[in-house]
Design a protein around this ligand. Structure first.
Ligand SMILES: [Fe+2]
Length: 325
């Protein structure tokens, strides 16, 4: 049992100081998916993102006559004193950071472009975006996304098409790939990607959706943001939308109940199934590692400040002239 990975303790889902460590140690040092190029084709509207209390703005400054393309799309922080990084993959996905503390894109997501470059993300137009608040920690939602043990009883409509019996998660450098049926899955149906820490991209049911679970300053509250893409008629889109919304609502209810258990002490800590919950072990391991590193950095910084303060106060004492009788 000692060799099995344990979950993060419930306190990590309920603690405000821990969230502040996550904010500095995880969110500000990560890359976040903003969307495929088709999300930014309405030149009249700026697209705003608020991730871990940093607001990013995406603008398409190219002329309308240019059509769908990456040229002219710019990303910047609303607070212009904050410097960020952004990156467009050759296949048309836009990613950004919240600071310059994140590593280079290729170091953060090594191997991602080889996988997603097989998909052309400029084919599916943006159809709808929705956002609402949930009473759960951001990790409670990601826990659920990163495994499919709950799928059979929570998502009957989904599992009828994507069997959980063959569900497989492969973990890579800061991203995971989910395969509902490894023998059949193509990159155009049944492609589920998780980008550490809070973004996902899901190509299934004839369309594409992405969601972000944005943390608030309250550890038990997160904001869900969904973007939907589809190339069909309005009627086809609505049918797809109904199908994928059903799955999202089932997850939402599950997460609010799980958070209640985490906050009330019903659930403390457990052991993860090494095969069926390898995705949870992977992302929780990254959170733990980055939070510990941040804590260490903060402690070193504090110790250094104390040392400087001691030195300064020592100098003051030394500089005081002691009258000699
Ligand atoms: Fe689910």
């Amino acid at each position: 049992m000692d060799s099995l990975t344990r979950t993060l303790p419930a306190s990590w889902f309920c603690s405000e100081p821990l969230y502040q460590l996550e904010r500095k140690g995880v969110f500000q040092k990560s890359w976040h998916l903003l969307g495929p190029v088709t999300r930014f084709q309405d030149r009249s509207k700026k697209v705003k993102y608020e991730i871990a209390q940093t607001t990013l703005i995406v603008e398409n400054r190219s002329p309308e006559s240019d059509g769908i393309g990456k040229d002219g799309i710019v990303v910047y922080a609303e607070d212009q004193s904050i410097e960020i990084k952004s990156h467009f993959t050759p296949s048309g996905l836009l990613f950004a950071t919240l600071s310059t503390k994140a590593p280079d894109f290729d170091d953060y997501f090594t191997g991602l472009e080889d996988l997603i470059n097989k998909v052309d993300f400029s084919k599916l137009p943006h159809r709808r975006s929705i956002s609402y608040e949930g009473k759960f920690n951001w990790k409670t939602m990601i826990d659920g996304f990163q495994e499919c043990l709950h799928c059979q009883y929570t998502h009957p409509t989904f599992t009828a098409q994507y069997p959980p019996t063959t569900y497989l998660v492969t973990n890579h450098v800061n991203f995971s790939r989910h395969l509902s049926d490894p023998s059949k899955t193509t990159t155009s149906d049944g492609l589920f990607l998780y980008f550490f820490p809070i973004c996902t991209l899901n190509v299934y049911g004839g369309g594409m959706s992405s969601f972000r679970t944005c943390p608030s300053t309250k550890p038990g509250v997160a904001r869900m943001e969904f973007d939907y893409y589809h190339a069909g008629t309005d009627e086809e889109f609505e049918k797809y939308y109904k199908f994928v919304r059903q799955v999202a609502l089932e997850d939402f209810e599950l997460c609010e109940r799980a958070q209640m258990n985490l906050e009330s002490g019903v659930y403390g800590e457990g052991i993860l199934n090494p095969i069926k919950e390898n995705g949870v072990a992977f992302y929780q391991g990254r959170v733990k590692e980055m939070v510990y590193r941040q804590h260490e950095e903060d402690q070193k910084e504090r110790a250094e400040m104390e040392r400087m303060e001691d030195k300064c106060s020592g100098q003051e004492v030394n500089s005081v002239e002691v009258p000699v009788k």
